[in-house]
Design a protein around this ligand. Structure first.
Ligand code: TXA
Ligand code: MG
Length: 318
């Protein structure tokens, strides 16, 4: 395929999607690799472009709560409350699917993940289309999710025709993926909506253990990994050559003088800023071809929990 184009033409993106092509789309979390959720071949192509195993289902993106009814067979009260509170926004809810959602989207499951994104460009696009858009993050399988058109280009140039540029993603980490089990909100993937925010809607919130593949195949232990080795600062099993290492840190740091490069996710200790910078800095650091990136974990509250979860997976060397 020819070089991938980057542009801001929503009509062109809509036309390509309607023709069954894969198009990268901006969202408030990370960029997605979108396709027509009802077109089997278009969905299959997205799996191929990403190099993603078919047992890992995709999130279906739709315009509003009314269109959720075309995708979900049933919306329990608690799911409805979550949509009302957090949508449009970074919340993906697993619900029973209607029959005409192709099996390839759900990896053969009877459930489908649904999200109503808030990015204005993608909302305009969704409003224009007669079908919902299935979209995984627009990166190669297991690598770092893109938060800008350029990140997508670095990973997928030549593999897709168009990247719809909507600027940098505001949140910088993925949506929170939840499932409703009776009166419990079960978090299958931590993300932009924090556990504390979920607890404001429903007291009982549980976090799924990593690698419970049967529940959410995307919860692989290794994920979000740049090419450069990532090591947690608490890991003392690996000898670090500081002259060839970068420190990815947060807040005040006393150790930073030892390293060749230091990047601070948020010098003032702001977790929202840290989330926005996380993947961007991993891309930046990866481009330096150092021996390793030493990552310091954040305090385990609020967005810090989700950021730490991503850092731990980036540092899993399987
Ligand atoms: O923020 C986001 O969610 C981004 C943007 C583009 O919307 N999308 C994204 O998609 O991160 P992806 O495919 O990279 O991750 C989707 C996650 C995976 O962990 C997948 O296993 C899980 O959601 N998932 C999707 N459908 C599921 C289902 N039916 N049951 C359980 N888990 C599901
Ligand atoms: Mg992903």
């Amino acid at each position: 395929m020819l070089d991938t184009l980057i542009g801001t033409d929503i009509y062109y993106a809509a036309k390509l999607l309607a023709q069954g092509e894969a198009v990268a789309i901006p969202t408030e979390t990370v960029y997605g690799l979108g396709c027509n959720a009802f077109d089997y071949n278009a969905v299959k192509n997205v799996f191929n472009v990403k190099g993603r195993p078919k047992n890992n289902p995709l999130i279906v993106h739709c315009y509003d709560i009314n269109t959720v009814g075309n995708i979900a067979a049933e919306v329990p009260d608690l799911a409805y409350k979550l949509f009302e509170r957090f949508s449009p926004g970074p919340m993906s809810i697993i619900l029973p699917k209607v029959n005409h959602i192709p099996d390839i989207i759900t990896a053969g499951n009877e459930t489908v993940a649904i999200r109503i994104p808030s990015h204005p460009t993608t909302r305009q696009l969704l409003a224009m289309l007669p079908f919902p858009v299935a979209a995984p993050s627009a990166n190669k399988f297991m690598s770092v999710s893109p938060t800008s058109a350029l990140h997508v280009y670095k990973q997928l140039n030549g593999l897709i025709p168009y990247i719809l540029d909507g600027g940098e993603s505001d949140n910088g980490i993925e949506s929170t993926v939840v499932k409703i089990e009776h009166d419990v909100i079960k978090v299958l993937r931590q993300g932009s909506i924090t556990i504390e925010e979920l607890q404001e809607i429903n007291e009982r919130v549980a976090i799924a253990e990593p690698n419970q593949k049967s529940e959410s195949p995307g919860l692989f232990k290794k994920h979000y990994s740049p090419n450069t080795l990532v090591v947690l600062s608490t890991d003392n099993t690996i000898d670090i050559d500081y002259k060839n290492a970068a420190l990815l840190t947060f807040g005040e740091d006393q150790e930073s003088h030892k390293y060749k490069v230091v990047i601070n996710l948020s010098p003032t200790g702001n977790m929202k800023e840290a989330a926005k910078n996380l993947y961007k800095y991993l891309y930046d650091l990866d481009a330096l071809n150092l021996k390793c990136i030493v990552a310091k974990l954040l305090p385990e509250t609020g967005l810090g929990m989700a950021i730490n979860d991503k850092l731990k997976r980036a540092a899993t060397h399987l």
